[in-house]
Design a protein around this ligand. Structure first.
Ligand code: BES
Ligand code: ZN
Length: 412
């Protein structure tokens, strides 16, 4: 009974309201089979086998190569909420489609998803800034992370197309500005998007070295979703993904306190409109790629507060870069030696890291739990701090990992 209720709630929660028009999406094979049997008028544009590294057994560090078939599909937007619901009922997970602005873009992303294509930029992954990392880690506070999660959850929702989602973006931009005030090399801005009112929020920490054009991106998503997607629905999104935005906010606070000036440029981005097909990060990654911006690495924090397993940090191996994933595991071993690390996968482009991977950049996604044991309250009114015991000790681990990542990659 409880399962049915949860299933129904999540099926609804995965269904944003969208106006009828044509959409272009990329989906995994299982979701495509659902579309093919049910969505009259959906058209397959192209398919591609993508090579992904998957754990040999759940949680193990040993990876084996597997093939994932991914499809570019043209579909009526009317059908997208149903697709989310059906995917959830049949496949026991959410959404699983990435939405693109045009058929050309869907095809371009499909081609770049080819796992054999290496990112254009391959940085060295030396771990050699222990003094700066350790001094920074000592300043992190779980109570501050919890306070930010609470502030973000207090908005009625953070929907990409609601006034509350707009207000949450404005609040976060103000919060980040007040943290970095007086530091001329740290600049906060809000990124406008074509198609919806919620803006992404971005902090640029200008690099000071000869390689300052090279950029390290840390991201989380600002928007939330639940139920019908009506603009007044209650969608606290505490774990998904206030917990990621709060981790970024604590990283920023520590950087400001230390007056940290990296060699490379570091950007921290709270993306708008993740829950409706990674749309905010798609636009940003596309813009960066078109501008030829040298992004040397991307870290995504999406759901960090709910500890679902005895193992602490889970590194997701699909739609991510194997070499950088190894670096992330090495950082955990070096700076957070008490934590255990496992490996799993979403099985689809489940968060904003997939947008960067799709543009040929090296992205990683350290996650709160194995996929099966992740927080089942997401996309409902119950995704509150209470679901994870009103504490942020798990989120603190991801904050510290993100700090180590930013400093070690930012200082080369
Ligand atoms: N945080 C979730 C992704 C997630 C959920 C990862 C559960 C691991 C376990 C994210 O906000 C999300 O909901 N993503 C969508 C897909 C996206 C392409 C719209 C989803 O999973 O339905
Ligand atoms: Zn979500």
């Amino acid at each position: 009974m409880r399962r049915t209720l949860i299933t129904t709630a999540l099926a609804l929660a995965c269904s944003p309201l969208l106006a009828a028009e044509t959409a272009w999406i990329t989906v995994g094979d299982a979701a495509w089979r659902l579309i093919a049997t049910e969505a009259a008028g959906a058209r397959l544009l192209s398919s591609r086998d993508v090579i992904v590294d998957v754990p040999a057994t759940r949680g193990s560090a040993a990876l084996v190569r597997a093939i994932d078939r991914v499809h570019a599909v043209q579909i009526d937007t009317d059908w997208l909420p149903r697709l989310s619901a059906r995917v959830h009922e049949e496949l026991r997970r959410c959404g699983g489609f990435v939405r693109h602005d045009s058929p050309a873009e869907a095809l371009a992303v499909l081609h770049r998803l080819q796992g054999t294509v290496e990112p254009a930029l391959a940085p060295g992954y030396a771990i050699d800034d222990a003094a700066e990392v350790n001094a920074s880690l000592a300043l992190t506070q779980d109570s501050r992370i919890l306070a930010t999660i609470q502030r973000l959850s207090d908005f009625q929702n953070r929907l990409y197309n609601s006034s509350h989602g707009v207000a949450a973006s404005d609040w976060l931009a103000g919060e980040w500005r007040s943290i970095v005030v007086g530091r001329s090399w740290m600049k906060v801005s809000q990124v406008r998007h074509a198609g919806w009112p919620q803006k992404s929020v971005k902090l640029v920490i200008q690099g000071s070295g000869p390689n300052a054009a090279e950029t390290v991106v840390l991201g989380a998503h600002l928007d939330s979703t639940a139920g019908s997607g009506s603009s007044e629905v209650r969608a606290p999104g505490a774990d998904d993904d206030a917990s990621g935005v709060a981790a970024l906010t604590e990283v920023i606070r520590v950087f400001a306190e230390r007056n940290y000036r990296p060699q490379r440029t570091i950007e921290l981005i709270a993306y708008a409109a993740e829950e409706v097909g990674l749309r905010g990060s798609q636009q940003i990654a596309k813009k960066y790629q078109r501008a030829g911006k040298p992004v040397v690495g991307v870290l995504q924090l999406d759901m960090t507060a709910f500890q679902g397993d005895a193992t602490d940090l889970w590194i997701f191996t699909d739609y991510t870069n194997a070499a950088q994933n190894q670096f992330v595991a090495d950082l955990a071993a070096a700076y957070l030696p008490l934590l255990s690390v496992g490996y799993d996968r979403c099985g689809y482009g489940c968060s904003d890291h997939a947008s960067w991977t799709g543009r040929g950049y090296a992205a990683s996604f350290p996650f709160e739990a194995s996929f099966a044991h992740s927080n089942h309250a997401i996309h409902t009114a119950s995704d509150t701090t209470a679901t994870f015991g009103s504490q942020a000790t798990h989120a603190l681990k991801f904050t510290q990992l993100a700090l180590a990542y930013a400093v070690e990659l930012g200082s080369d």
